[in-house]
Write a protein that binds this ligand. Structure first.
Ligand code: PAF
Length: 285
């Protein structure tokens, strides 16, 4: 069942809607987003519908999670289009606060998740995960959903959010949503819109290379040799690698040698666009 979507802009209105559903015995799932809705977000909303009676999506381009020289101003915005797509996927309520509602004058609290945020994106984007953890803690406390869904494309983010919810006793179940890919393997991302036609052609090579490395590691190759081939393939496609690593899928501990289960994670620039991707070891069918 899909229908119109109601838009609320204040925490008070959001809480009133969710409290009404809970009072009627209905369960609520939340899908937090920064807008620029694509099929990956819509898949999260569809997944959310299978887990709860009502789906609330949020759109907030969170200034705290962008570094000084990053794309906060350029980040694609278009609420009417986004709202229509979220409704089509089955969300019934959109929480779209402005910056003053989220960060009123005098806002002075930062949520920091230690350990898990130290490497990978945490190294090249040192303030990013504090911004994510702070806004996600707020969104979950504002909405009070029974379950919240975050995409596995941001794999480190997903683990950080699971940890923050556990550590702060926020009463919500965090569920990961599988990465949605274009037919050629490129993971869907709002930032794909920045790619030129030539870059778009090269972009799927990132996934091809880490998938190949995952197959090699699963077949008993050492991580070092598998990554050497992947690095060469990614650079030959025109990328500048930020990181390419194999980590424990639960703790994100850096792995080496031969392993059974792992996650291969990559971030790389194609021109000015920074793309991230990850795959499991052993690879999924
Ligand atoms: O993944 C995102 O879109 C954002 O990091 C999130 C979780 C909505 C927080 O702003």
């Amino acid at each position: 069942m899909t229908g119109p979507i109601e838009i609320v802009r204040t925490v008070a209105d959001l809480r009133a809607r969710v409290a009404g559903w809970h009072a009627d015995g209905e369960t609520v799932a939340m899908v937090p987003t920064m807008g620029a809705i694509h099929d990956g977000h819509m898949a999260l909303v569809r997944q959310a519908r299978t887990l709860a009676d009502r789906v609330v999506a949020s759109i907030f381009v969170n200034p705290l999670q962008f570094g000084q020289n990053e794309d906060f101003n350029a980040y694609p915005r278009g609420e009417a289009r986004d709202a229509a797509l979220l409704a089509e996927a089955g969300a019934v309520l959109l929480f779209a606060p402005n910056a003053a509602e989220m960060y009123p004058d005098g806002f002075a609290t930062t949520v920091h998740v230690g350990g898990l945020t130290d490497g990978l994106c945490g190294t090249s984007r040192p303030t990013h995960f504090d911004g994510v953890a702070t806004v996600v803690a707020k969104l979950l406390l504002q909405c009070g959903p029974d379950v919240a869904i975050f995409g596995e494309k941001d794999y480190q983010q997903l683990l950080v959010i699971k940890r923050l919810v556990r550590d702060l006793d926020i009463p919500v179940e965090i569920v990961g949503g599988a990465i949605v890919r274009e037919n050629d393997g490129l993971a869907l991302s709002s930032r794909n819109a920045y790619l030129s036609a030539k870059e778009r052609e090269a972009a799927p090579l990132l996934h091809t290379a880490i998938r190949q490395a995952a197959a090699e590691v699963a077949a008993g190759q050492t991580i070092e040799l598998a990554l050497e081939s992947a690095r060469a393939a990614i650079e030959a496609a025109g990328f500048r690698i930020d990181y390419l690593e194999v980590r424990d899928p639960k703790t994100l501990e850096l792995l080496s040698g031969t392993v059974g289960e792992a996650r291969i994670l990559v971030a790389a620039f194609l021109g000015k666009t920074r793309l991230i991707d990850n795959v499991p070891v052993p690879p999924q069918a």
